[in-house]
Design a protein around this ligand. Structure first.
Ligand SMILES: [Zn+2]
Length: 453
């Protein structure tokens, strides 16, 4: 809609009205009676004891796997080739008998991944191109309602109540790219939501964004971490704190968050970022609770963390809810570090705790000696005054730090280079490039680590 000629050529009041009308439609589709039933259910299943959770998981796994075998051509062949039959799945221990699949399998299978007996509406989403393998994920209405219920449940962990105002600073192009003057936000009255453009947020425009949030006063703001951080650093540099009274938390996703970044956001806004980690295929979801711990949502899907030879853990997931296009033991390619299995979280939920998300397996840089070095975003935490940064690798022996700092802010280049060397070794050449803002990907995300070789 945002790129339609009608929207782009309308005055701001009309864009607000169009967004509001679309918001009413979305709200009635996504937040109707079916959604409310699902929300009630997931608000109960979060408190299940370990035995009841395991029973729920087995029942839903059996439903997905038997449906996949009976009605989805890809799985019928895939299971047969591996000598697996859905009736063998009698306990959670039997899951290891089911053959795994990779993104390439789904890519090649195309429409053979979808159910032959599906009736009713279908919705599609294109998976991001980080692996260079484009693919369409199809979803049924039940899966949309379930997803929305899980997102709402986490917004409730962050302090949101049904009917509260929320703000949104993500990759939606609500404001035409060519617009140079504020307001860089639009009001979607249908969903009581202020939608701010992540593309126009910069050191120069940050004051206006913060004031717009203070005056709209949302309970929860859904945002890219990079957008929250830019505003937090801006507030701290100005020596002031956020003045909105209702804000209880940010809900973030899509980018890696460090402890230092959480500290900055707490200092500036007085609330934390509640992070959500999911994927387009919706076969895993991990989110932070009120106590700041990452939990695998055991009632969302069946997530396995499979130990690799090098001691890391890869995410493999089976979806529970989308019968139109189910995912069975799908290797996501992301890496996650589980916490000590005995660790119980003070929130009281029995969902497994994750120590940290390493992120996309391909979000690493290569050291000259061939090592894969993850978590390079840490080097940016130690650069004073930094607004945004990116670690970029275009050559085997060279890294570029792409840094956005306020005009005239000092930068200790030798110190920044020394920090990189601490992480990766001193035989890596380091170049520093100062920019006004770090270029975004096509959907407006800030990728902290980019490797083009
Ligand atoms: Zn917890």
């Amino acid at each position: 809609m945002y790129t339609s000629a009608v929207y782009l050529n309308s005055p701001i009041w009309a864009q607000n009205a169009l967004l509001g009308a679309r918001g009413w439609l979305r709200a009635s589709l996504r937040e109707g009676a079916a959604f409310k039933r699902e929300l009630e259910e997931v608000n109960q299943t979060q408190w299940l004891d370990p035995d009841s959770l395991a029973k729920l998981q087995l029942a839903r796994l059996q439903r997905t796997v038997s449906h996949a075998q009976a009605h989805v051509p890809f799985y019928r062949e895939h299971f047969k080739a591996a000598g697996f039959d859905a009736r063998e799945l009698k306990s959670l221990a039997d899951v290891s008998k089911i053959p795994m699949m990779a993104k390439r399998d789904a890519h090649l299978a195309g429409r053979l991944m979808t159910s032959e007996i599906h009736k009713g509406p279908r919705f599609h989403a294109n998976t991001s191109g980080t692996t260079g393998m484009a693919m369409t994920a199809w979803r049924d209405l039940h899966s949309i309602n379930r997803e929305n219920a899980f997102v709402w449940r986490q917004m409730m962990w962050a302090g949101m109540k049904l009917g509260d105002r929320r703000a949104w600073i993500r990759g939606d192009k609500v404001v035409p790219a060519a617009q140079k003057e504020a307001p860089f936000w639009r009001h979607n009255r249908g969903e009581q939501m202020l939608m701010l453009s992540s593309y126009h947020l910069s050191e120069v425009t940050a004051d206006g964004y913060i004031e717009a949030l203070e005056s709209f006063d949302p309970a929860v703001c859904l945002a890219y971490p990079s957008a929250v951080l830019l505003m937090a650093r801006h507030l701290i540099a100005k020596g002031r704190k956020y003045k909105g009274r209702s804000l209880t938390g940010f809900m973030t996703s899509s980018e890696t968050i460090t402890d230092e970044q959480q500290r900055l956001v707490m200092e500036a806004f007085g609330v934390r970022m509640f992070d959500w980690y999911g994927c387009c295929e919706r076969m895993t979801a991990i989110g932070t609770c009120e106590y700041g711990r990452y939990h695998v949502m055991s009632d969302y899907s069946y997530t396995e963390l499979l130990r690799q030879d090098d001691g890391s853990h890869e995410v493999v997931g089976t979806s529970f809810d989308n019968m139109l296009m189910p995912w069975v033991r799908y290797r996501l390619g992301d890496e996650i570090v589980p916490a000590d299995p005995g660790l119980k979280c003070d929130c009281g939920r029995h969902f497994p705790v994750i120590s940290h998300l390493v992120g996309r397996v391909d979000d690493y840089v290569l050291a000259p000696d061939g090592r894969q070095v993850n978590m390079m975003s840490n080097v940016l935490d130690n650069i004073p005054h930094l607004l945004e940064g990116q670690v970029r690798q275009d050559k085997p022996n060279e890294l570029t730090l792409v840094l956005a700092l306020p005009e005239g802010a000092p930068l200790d280049e030798a110190e920044a280079i020394r920090t990189v060397h601490e992480y990766i070794g001193s035989d890596m050449a380091v170049r520093i490039e100062r920019v006004a803002s770090v270029p975004r990907t096509g959907n407006g995300k800030l990728r902290v680590v980019v490797r083009t070789i």
